[in-house]
Design a protein around this ligand. Structure first.
Ligand code: AMP
Ligand code: MG
Length: 422
């Protein structure tokens, strides 16, 4: 039986970043940049004020103190979005608002707090603007001025291929005047549940039947990983139906198939048969628990198929180990690992000797992460996943981890942020 790492390497060797597409910048969120972004402007494009105050010549106010203020003649006012119609000549100042271009002649800004205006309420200032301003603190050239190009220089490479687009990158693109950007295409991920026992969510329970939950967890996991789920519904446990549903998925242009169930050693586990007959099967078992049955192969056209186990918890655990990295790689990501923390076990964990993924609740106490299990670890107990925020990773060969020992936990969600409740 191959290890989790060997299985992942095999899967990833058949998966490549998808071709680029041009999208509006907001659609690039959480995706990976393909092109180089070079700025054709300075940002900010002009010297501008960082404060509300007065644009001055620093030399004029070099001696200003609260005890001996310097008085300057106010010759105008400029707000953000406008250009001052006047120059700042020696002995004068222009009233200036944050973001307004620095008037010609000025080389510094005195914040309003350091002028006589500080003593006047805003309404009074607006009704009767000062003709003379009293400067109570010296400034040096450049003080409270944001010079052109401070953020980005014209010609500078601002973002490089491979960069993850977060809200801040989207803001940078907007400031550069980019409406669209080239990113890797999102993979279409076909999701197919298998099983004669499966009912649709809306159907009433009947003898021997259960509801199809895997389709929904898988679709949600695909969406969360950045893929586009294509739901193919339920294939019954026979070769003909499974084959037909897989063909339908291929016709819809699926880049990756995720099936659930039918990969074990039961009489009606037909996924492996179909994969073997239609395409090429690479492996079908991995040394882990839960999640030992896991089929991987290639369909016609080289489309990879990951046959997840049927048990709902196993399917989710296997998705996180194998399907998520495959989807991320298709999206152009290079960091494919789940985020992990080291946590102290608050209770012992028994393990099968295979690589274990144990559902745990991680909390933080006195600056350290602690983990306790969610209880019953049956691979059909989906609510145990709902209680968990992490998967403790137990190395193969281990049968018991003692309370107090340290363990690596793959985080499904983060324990922080619980402090603020409404
Ligand atoms: P299998 O590997 O097909 O034998 O499935 C293993 C277990 O997972 C069985 O108890 C199935 O009923 C269950 N199972 C398979 N597919 C699903 C599904 N889509 N939703 C919920 N449970 C499932
Ligand atoms: Mg089945």
């Amino acid at each position: 039986m191959i290890s989790v790492e060997e299985a992942l390497i095999e899967i990833l060797s058949h998966v490549r970043p998808l071709e680029p597409e041009r999208v509006p910048i907001l659609e690039a969120l959480d995706r990976v940049l393909v092109e180089e972004i070079i700025s054709d402007t300075d940002i900010p494009p002009f010297d501008n004020s960082a404060m509300d105050g007065y644009a001055v010549r620093a030399a004029d106010v070099a001696a200003a103190t609260p005890e001996s203020p310097v008085r300057l003649t106010v010759v105008g006012s400029v707000a953000a979005g406008y250009v001052a119609g006047v120059r700042v000549e020696p002995g004068t100042a222009v009233r200036i608002m944050t973001g307004a271009p620095l008037p010609t002649g000025a080389d510094a800004v005195v914040p309003i707090e350091n002028t006589g205006d500080a003593d006047r309420p805003k309404m009074a200032r607006l009704e009767a603007p000062s003709n003379v301003v009293e400067v109570r603190k010296a400034v040096k050239p450049g003080d409270h001025v944001r010079p052109a190009g401070e953020d980005v220089r014209r010609g500078e490479r601002v973002l490089e291929p491979g960069r993850l687009i977060r809200p801040q990158e989207i803001g940078v693109l907007a400031s550069l005047g980019r409406e669209t950007v080239l990113v890797h295409r999102r993979p279409k991920v076909a999701i197919l549940a298998t099983g004669d026992e499966l009912l649709e969510v809306h159907e009433p329970l009947a003898p021997g039947k259960i509801r199809n939950s895997n389709e929904y967890t898988n679709a949600a996991l695909v969406a969360r990983s950045g893929g586009i789920p294509i739901r193919l519904g339920i294939a019954r446990d026979n070769v003909a139906d499974l084959r037909a549903k897989i063909r339908a998925g291929l016709e819809q242009g699926a880049d990756l198939f995720l099936t659930s169930g039918g990969v074990s050693v039961g009489d009606y586990d037909v996924v492996k048969d179909v994969l073997g007959a239609e395409g090429q099967m690479q492996f079908w078992q991995v040394n882990m628990k839960p999640g030992k049955p896991l089929a991987f192969g290639l369909l016609p056209g080289g489309v990879p198929l990951i046959g997840l186990p049927g048990n709902p918890v196993s399917a989710m655990v296997s998705f996180e180990q194998f399907a998520r990295p495959a989807i991320l790689k298709m999206l152009g990501h290079t960091d494919l690992d789940k985020p992990t923390v080291r946590a102290i076990l608050d209770e012992p964990i028994h393990n099968s000797g295979r690589r274990g993924y144990v559902r745990v609740i991680v909390t933080r106490r006195e600056g350290r992460y602690h983990a306790r299990t969610t209880g019953e670890q049956g691979s059909g107990v989906l609510t145990s996943m709902a209680k968990a925020n992490g998967l403790a990773v137990i190395p193969e060969g281990n049968y018991l981890l003692a309370a107090g020992s340290e363990v690596t936990v793959q985080m499904l969600d983060w324990p922080e942020g619980k402090g603020l409740t409404l």
